[in-house]
Design a protein around this ligand. Structure first.
Ligand code: HEC
Length: 149
């Protein structure tokens, strides 16, 4: 009996390995609800991407109707810096970027075209899982979802 169960185990290993080899690694994996809510938390409460990438209303508050849709930069450096950016691009839906490009910005601190990041955009060196959660959330941001209070 013991030998029989060992044989089954030994036979199952190559089958499992073959199945893993067949699964297409490049196929996009749908993000889980947990990953998306973590991404929202990181964007809105930790990294505060919204502070620069969301335009402000007439009361200088972040405009919930234009959540992460790109904005003029409202802060100035104390010491003049020639490469200071005057606007932050839209991140809503990440329509202009591939996952790999945004991952590069968030994990390696490099611009999407391989150019240096311009301040005041931060140089982030995030963990892969955090970057992936942020990307999963940003892909879903458009109009009303899910930036509204
Ligand atoms: C302090 C302001 C500020 C914050 C906070 C900020 N950004 Fe930016 N971001 C900018 C500015 C300004 C640019 C344009 C400069 C540039 O592209 O180098 C930019 C550019 C980008 C780009 C395009 C980079 C490129 O090479 O074209 C991405 C993607 C991006 N930000 C994502 C994010 C994400 C995601 C967060 C939060 C995790 C974030 N940003 C937080 C100001 C900010």
């Amino acid at each position: 009996m013991k030998l029989a169960s060992q044989l089954i185990f030994v036979t199952l290993i190559p089958i499992a390995m073959a199945a893993a080899a067949l699964s297409p690694e490049s196929a996009p994996r749908p993000a889980s609800a947990q990953e998306i809510s973590r991404g929202k938390y990181l964007v809105e409460e930790v990294a505060k991407c919204t502070e620069c990438h969301t335009p402000r209303d007439k009361n200088n508050q972040l405009d919930r109707d234009r959540w992460l849709q790109g904005a003029p930069i409202w802060i100035q450096p104390v010491i003049r810096t020639p490469d200071w950016a005057d606007s932050a691009p839209t991140l809503a839906g990440l329509a202009n970027y591939s996952d790999e490009q945004v991952d590069r910005v968030l994990e390696k601190g490099e611009g999407v075209e391989g150019k240096p990041i311009q301040p005041p955009m931060h140089i982030y060196h995030l963990h892969h899982d955090d970057a992936a959660s942020i990307i999963a959330y940003l892909r879903l941001v458009h109009g009303a979802f899910p930036g509204r209070p």
